[in-house]
Design a protein around this ligand. Structure first.
Ligand code: HEM
Length: 492
């Protein structure tokens, strides 16, 4: 067995440790990580050692084989506490297990297919609002679309975008989470959370109770000065009141709607007491699904458009596929008809995985890649680094949707592709996103050509997800002959 001290060490990059605070520094660091030959390497964040599994086998051990020995690291849990409490994304242990069991049936392919029409209608509506010569930002458009799709699927409301009070409140909260995600204040908060837990377990009686209550206080981000900002507090209140209002309405009028909120309210614990969720838990899950479900998909869609705009031949193939639907609805009922757009979306998710890193912490001593890690060790899985490993993806920088032809995909180990993670904490909305992405792409491409300035290289932004900096500005051009003007033909 290799000892901890014998692990290869990554060079330091200043106060923050192995990787700096900005997205660009973190990306550069992860590209170096993609070159690592060893299955496990050691780095540092502030004064704490961090371990990075690098090969698909080592990552598989962390996320799948030995997943029970890990928890998510608590930073995001603290940040989302006032917003999404213990929703599925942040919950741990018994609560997470029972919530996942209750919610998994809602996200199976068959129930999710019922939202395909919503996806199509929202995309068609967005396309119908565009006009020849209009200057748009594709990142903004895809955010509006994804927000409306998840808003309509969750709450069955028709107008839902950032102009809506609920959408605005969510956007405010999300921006706050993003601003604090890499703050030193959050690191201090997490250290205080841990310190109070260890001190409490080492004491007894009154001091213990005092430390336990202090520990509970640290579950909420009260130390971060901006957490008391009146605009943020007002947004949190709007979320609570509006969602509670919708819950009350459903309770009053029976559960007749076909939205996810109704399904959350009527879901029962399958093998426990048959109990349903409390209203507070339903509110937290609704916010969790909203937050997890729109920014990620919107970002991947924006990159898909950008990558296609750089590759006219691939664009023509995607357009051909969209035009082959004629004037009929672009549906998801025959996935083979959207096979190329699906490969485009998958490849965009490889090159720009919306969540690039998954921080974990060991709950007990555990052996990874033949190395025994101590309890409470930080282990970061870099999705981005995995997606740029040359041994898995030759010419990793190249946008090549055909990497996802079934026979080529079958050659790679499963943990080589991680946009939705792997194992028990695999993204519950992956099927939803994989339905929405290609469908929206084809629906917009069928009608419009988006002229993106070929001289402008778009880089990633410093945000929680890998957003395109400055968006993806484009000019809308009518296809030489689109559905509204006669028989469709490939263009673009
Ligand atoms: C392209 C779009 C998406 C990407 C790239 C994505 C990515 C991810 C990743 C990487 C995780 C695991 C995070 C971790 O374990 O640290 C995750 C979890 C999750 N995602 Fe997604 N996601 C997407 C879309 C969605 C959608 C559409 C929904 C809901 C409608 C959703 C809901 C969730 C939830 C609830 C979890 C937590 C699951 C659990 O821990 O049991 N996601 N997602």
């Amino acid at each position: 067995m290799t000892s901890l001290s014998a692990l290869p060490r990554l060079p330091d990059a200043g106060l923050f440790g192995s990787f700096g605070p900005t997205t660009l520094e973190r990306l550069a660091f992860q590209r170096r990580l993609a070159q690592a030959r060893e299955p496990l390497v050691r780095g540092r964040i502030l004064h704490l050692p961090v371990y990075f599994p690098c090969t698909p086998e080592a990552v598989h051990e962390v996320l799948v084989g030995k997943a029970r020995s890990f928890e998510k690291s608590p930073g995001l849990r603290v940040l989302l506490n006032d917003l999404a409490g213990q929703g599925l994304f942040t919950a741990e242990g018994a609560l997470w297990r029972s919530q996942r069991k209750m919610m998994a049936p809602l996200f199976q392919p068959a129930p999710i297919h019922q939202y395909a029409d919503t996806m199509r209608l929202v995309a068609e509506h967005a396309a119908s609002r565009m006009h020849e010569g209009q200057a748009i930002d594709l990142a903004h458009e895809t955010t509006r679309i994804a927000m409306s799709v998840v808003g309509k699927s969750l709450f069955d409301v028709d107008t839902f975008d950032e102009a809506d009070a609920l959408g605005e409140a969510l956007t405010t909260c999300l921006a706050w989470v993003n601003d604090n995600l890499t703050s030193l204040g959050l690191v201090a908060h997490v250290l205080a959370l841990d310190a109070t837990a260890s001190l409490a377990s080492a004491t007894a009686g009154r001091p213990r109770r005092a430390l336990q209550s202090l520990h509970a206080r640290f579950a909420s981000p009260f130390l971060l000065p901006t957490s008391r900002d009146p605009k943020l507090r007002a947004a949190v209140r709007v979320l609570e009141e509006r969602i509670q209002g919708m819950i009350d309405e459903r309770r009053r009028h029976g559960f007749t709607r076909n939205d996810l909120l109704t399904r959350l309210l009527t879901a029962k614990d399958p093998d426990g007491s048959g109990e349903s969720m409390s209203d507070a838990q339903v509110r937290h899950e609704a916010v969790t699904l909203f937050v997890a479900g729109h920014e990620t998909t919107a970002t991947a869609l924006a990159w898909s458009f950008y990558l296609l705009s750089r590759n006219p031949e691939l664009m023509a193939r995607a357009v051909d596929e969209a035009l082959a639907f004629g004037e009929g609805p672009i549906t998801a009922w025959q996935p083979e008809r959207l096979a190329f757009c699906t490969r485009v979306f998958k490849e965009a998710l490889r090159l720009y995985p919306p969540l690039m890193m998954m921080p974990r912490r060991t709950l007990e001593a555990v052996e990874i890649a033949g190395v025994s890690l101590p309890p409470r060790a930080l282990v970061f899985v870099s999705i981005y680094a995995m997606h740029y490993r040359e041994s898995l993806y030759p010419e990793p920088e190249r946008f090549d949707p055909d990497r996802w032809l079934p026979e080529r995909e079958a050659e790679r180990p499963k943990a080589a592709y991680l946009p939705f993670s792997a194992g028990p904490r695999f993204c519950i909305g992956a099927h939803f996103a994989m339905l929405e992405g290609p469908l929206v792409l084809a629906t917009l491409l069928r009608r419009w050509h988006f002229e993106v300035d070929p001289g402008r290289e778009i880089v990633v932004d410093n945000f929680a997800t890998l957003r395109p900096r400055g968006g993806v500005p484009a000019v809308v051009r009518r296809r030489a002959s689109g559905p509204s003007e006669g028989p469709p033909r490939a263009g673009g």
